[in-house]
Ligand binder design. Structure first.
Ligand code: 3H9
Length: 697
């Protein structure tokens, strides 16, 4: 037998020990090893019972995701599970770590399960656009009931060992040695002291009405969702109430095979690996992150407050500094308000809030940050103001302190120079609200020390965010791609599409809000200030849509003032079309001599996608983005690009680069400066490749 599954007989029990680091994924060698081990133990007259366990950090965290989409190699996981199920000798699983997906299904096929107290157990296949395909949808409802099974499998979120025991998913929690306890239990089963459960005898099957009612309720809640996997999960769980176990397994298997071939699952699997790729920075190998305990934050506005909350939540002490006491107090109030709301909504206990607030101190004297290990500047987006802050920080910060700017657009190099210690300076671009959004763009300059860069990635992890490296450019990765998206939307608006048509099309594409709704929420003034800043250097022959400037000039700055692209009567959350905006758009069309055209939903989606992808390709050409998957991670986590489409670069691969290149070339005939495809398209198309070929392996 291969070394991926060890075989050892101790007492009368055969121990099958899985060893496939890092997470013991159920790759072909593991499945084959388990099958061989089960046969051997079944044939061995000395063996009365079998225990399946794993070495290292966890019982298997699922099927090996890298095998999906490749030809499958026998035995598959359902076959191994069936061998366990039918084994005459009792088979017990000893769980520890983070068993997930197929690993949990392997355990469920066993005749009993013991878990160490710290184990968490989950079926996260839905997050990969899949469903549990080795019996999970059939066994789980028989063990814990359809409602609880739907909750577990549709959320994909793990439960603790204690919860799993209470639900009936496992049979015992072991405080000491799960393997030893599993061996004891297996022998008691072999002796007939503990009976095997018969899943066909499940008490939940005796009440099919409740089972089917739970199914109907969940099915109704999914009716508007574009996601395929949750609907198939509900179908499989329904079948559990209507068919014998074996027939249900066949039904489940067919659904799994369909999903594994779907674009949605390919996209979600891509994101799983893209998120892990983003945080791997081989060029920083050997650099030890600096120790961060005390964080200083300059600026207590919306961003500063959000960053403060993110840092307090992660356990840091924070010194918040503002220029005057009133602004400081308003900022501290904002922070307390965020925590109070969390407590009111039951998301946080009052003492946890108090503990966090106790780690915050507010000052108007920058000198209060003298012992900070990291200082994050979050003042207004103005180069001169920020340079002034960095001059001060260079003076007051202790040696070795990291000085970071939260600028969303500005060149960091002059700030680094102003500090007088450029090796300690780096960009940390948070997304608003900073305590909620999971993305952190990390922007080193050529001078940023390696250990400063390593600290930034370690900090992102500590803040439970995904750090993505970006090179220096106006707007970094996210705002560059996002402004290309917005620009495409504005071109179409001026050319004849309506605000509502564009927003609806992009919501249908999968964004939670359309580009104009987002602009109203964020405030039109941010992009306005940027346009003013760039006015002097703008190419005069580039197309410029003046509609948003006109809205800003009328004070239509977005939802915060009740008027932007839409009107929000008395603080309403969803906007209404405003004839004033419609009239401005019509006037601008006349002014530009534009004959309005019709845009279908598909036209709008295609042009927005083409703009994002072309900008992404340019970021690769310029070396700003390291790889296409980094761009995907930024757009998903910073701009709510639909995860199930995998990010714009993955969507482009799925649609075909040749088609996108043709769309770009057609559009470039009208507006070459914006739409001319990056040479990257030709290079990839010529070689029959997609953007995925540029991702690190
Ligand atoms: C399934 O099971 C289908 C079945 O129902 C039906 C089959 C018929 N495969 O996340 P980490 C790698 S679908 C391959 O940093 P953590 C990961 O890429 C599967 N590789 O660790 C990384 O590699 P690298 C259902 C995997 O401690 C390394 O392991 N299961 C797999 O933060 C460490 O990962 C899931 O969806 C895998 N299944 O978190 C679980 N899992 O070092 C997916 C991990 O080269 N996994 N890797 O970057 C997880 O959620 C987390 O990894 C886990 C540990 C919570 C387990």
């Amino acid at each position: 037998m291969g070394e991926t599954v060890g075989y050892r007989v101790t007492g009368d029990v055969a121990l099958l020990t899985i060893g496939n680091p890092p997470v013991n994924a159920l790759a072909h060698a593991v499945r084959a090893g388990l099958a061989t081990g089960l046969e051997r133990a079944g044939d061995d007259p000395e063996v009365r019972a079998i225990v399946i366990c794993a070495k290292g950090r966890t019982f298997p965290a699922g099927a090996d995701i890298t095998e999906f989409g490749k030809p499958s190699q026998a035995p598959n996981l359902p076959t191994v599970c069936a061998m366990i199920d039918m084994c005459e000798k009792p088979v017990v699983a000893a769980l520890h770590g983070t068993p997930r997906g197929g690993g949990v299904e392997l355990a469920l096929a066993c005749h009993a399960r013991v878990a160490s107290a710290a184990t968490t157990i989950g079926l996260p296949e839905v997050k990969l656009g899949l469903l549990p395909g080795a019996g999970g949808t059939q066994r789980v409802p028989r063990l814990i009931g359809a409602k609880a099974a739907l909750d577990l499998i549709l959320s994909g979120d793990p439960m603790t060992a204690k919860q799993a025991l209470a639900a009936g998913l496992i049979d015992a929690v072991s405080d000491k040695e799960p393997v030893k306890d599993a061996v004891d239990l297996a022998l008691r089963m072999a002796d007939g002291e503990v009976p095997r459960k018969d899943l066909q005898d499940s008490p939940y099957l005796a009440d099919p009405q409740s089972w089917l009612a739970a199914v109907a309720e969940r099915r109704a809640s999914l009716s508007g969702s574009p996601l395929k996997a949750p609907k198939r999960i509900v179908d499989c769980i329904e079948v559990g109430a209507l068919m014998p176990l074996e027939a249900g397994m066949k039904f489940e298997r067919a659904a799994f095979e369909d999903l594994v071939k779907s674009d949605q699952s390919a996209a979600l699997r891509h994101v799983f690996f893209a998120e892990r790729t983003a945080i791997k920075q081989p060029q920083l190998a050997g650099a030890t992150p600096r120790t961060i305990r005390q964080i200083g934050i300059v600026g207590a506005g919306l961003m500063g407050a959000g960053i403060t909350v993110a840092c307090l939540d992660a356990g840091y002490n924070v010194t918040l500094v503002e220029r005057d006491i009133d602004t400081l107090e308003a900022g501290v109030e904002r922070i307390i308000d965020i925590y109070d709301r969390a407590v009111d909504k039951g998301r946080m206990k009052a003492d946890a809030r108090d503990q966090r607030i106790a780690r915050l101190s507010g000052h108007t004297d920058p000198g209060a940050m003298a012992d900070a290990d990291l200082i994050v500047e979050a003042v207004v987006e103005d180069a001169r103001t920020k340079e002034g802050v960095f001059r001060t920080l260079g003076r007051i910060a202790k040696p070795g302190a990291i000085l970071a700017t939260n600028t969303s657009y500005l060149d960091i190099r002059p700030l680094a120079a102003a500090s007088g210690r450029p090796e300690d300076v780096i960009g940390l671009h948070f997304f608003s609200p900073a305590h909620v959004m999971p993305l952190l763009e990390i922007i080193p300059t050529d001078d940023s020390a390696k250990d400063v860069q390593a600290t930034a990635f370690a900090l992102a992890r500590q803040l439970r965010k995904i750090g993505v490296r970006s090179g220096m450019t106006d707007g970094f990765i996210g705002n560059r791609v996002n402004s290309a998206y917005r620009q495409a939307a504005e071109f179409m608006l001026e050319d004849g599409a309506s605000v509502v048509e564009i927003d609806t099309a992009m919501r249908d594409f999968g964004f939670p809000m359309g580009p104009f709704e987002v602009s109203d929420l964020a405030g039109l003034d941010i992009a306005w200030a940027r346009r003013q800043r760039l006015a002097a250097t703008r190419n005069p022959s580039a197309r410029y849509v003046a509609i948003p400037d006109r809205l800003c000039e009328l004070g239509r700055l977005g939802r915060k003032v009740g008027r932007g692209w839409y009107t929000y009567p008395r603080g309403a959350r969803s906007g209404q079309v405003d004839p004033e905006v419609t009239a401005i758009i019509a006037e601008e069309r006349v002014f530009q001599g534009i004959e309005p055209q019709k845009f279908s939903r598909e036209d709008i989606q295609q042009q927005c996608l083409a703009a994002m992808v072309n900008e992404g390709a340019k970021l690769l050409d310029e070396g700003v983005a390291r790889c296409p998957s980094d761009i995907d991670v930024v757009m998903i986590h910073g701009f709510a690009y639909p995860r199930w489409r995998g990010g714009p670069m993955q969507t482009a691969d799925a649609e075909g680069l040749f088609k996108i290149k043709r769309d770009l070339e057609r559009l470039a005939r009208e507006e070459p400066l914006f739409w001319t495809p990056s040479p990257r398209f030709d290079e990839l198309v010529k070689n029959g490749l997609g953007f995925a070929s540029l991702n690190p392996k």
